[in-house]
Design a protein around this ligand. Structure first.
Ligand SMILES: Cc1cc2nc3c(=O)[nH]c(=O)nc-3n(C[C@H](O)[C@H](O)[C@H](O)COP(=O)(O)O)c2cc1C
Length: 176
């Protein structure tokens, strides 16, 4: 049976890689449902990810036509992967906040959660961001660590989204 993956996409410049992540999971016989934050839609369109996933993309918490696919239904996935994960979503999660569909689903789900952070190196090195990551790890959230590379701002530093194949491999190893 196909593994059910919910892919959370957040407002990082690396959001454009979500399409590739969807495709790589599909190649491994996974069923991918995308949940986007409002900010993610500034970087990649829901239409692009709906086309690649072959399914509706979710984002609006209060959309009447999503009545049967709200946070509770979405939370029943085999795994929830947030890639890329912003400092903002990591911070909200670390504090149990649930103010949009993605963060509400993250609070609801009993499935394993993987976060693949992507951000500027100074953001990633920020003491509070690091504290939030450490807190989430203590609570069983798994991290696919960002790598050192050329960041969108032009500097070379740690904050680059992990390699797409590594993300897919790490997640599948846990749920296979
Ligand atoms: C061009 C641009 C690129 C950004 N890239 C990132 C990023 O890679 N990582 C990050 O944590 N925030 C990034 N941000 C800031 C987030 O978009 C911002 O914190 C937003 O509120 C995140 O919303 P979300 O976490 O709900 O998706 C970027 C903002 C802009 C304008």
């Amino acid at each position: 049976m196909k593994k059910k993956i919910v892919l959370g996409v957040t407002g990082s410049i690396a959001a454009y890689k979500a399409g590739d992540i969807i495709r790589r999971f599909q190649e491994q016989n996974c069923d991918v449902t995308v949940v986007m934050t409002k900010e993610a839609t500034e970087f990649v369109t829901p239409l692009t990810l709906a086309t690649l996933s072959g399914k509706d993309v979710y984002g609006d918490m209060f959309c009447a036509s999503n009545w049967n696919m709200g946070h509770i239904e979405l939370s029943k996935a085999d795994v929830v992967v947030v890639a890329p994960a912003t400092a903002n979503v990591i911070g909200k999660m670390a504090h149990g906040l649930a103010d949009d569909l993605l963060t509400t689903l993250l609070v609801t789900t009993r499935a394993p959660i993987f976060l693949a952070p992507a951000m500027n190196d100074d953001m990633y090195a920020n003491a509070i961001v690091q504290e939030n990551c450490a807190k989430l790890k203590k609570h069983g959230v798994r991290f696919i660590e960002p790598t050192k590379g050329k960041l969108a701002c032009g500097v070379v530093g740690v904050g680059h989204l992990a390699d797409v194949q590594d993300i897919v491999k790490t997640v599948l190893k846990k749920i296979s």
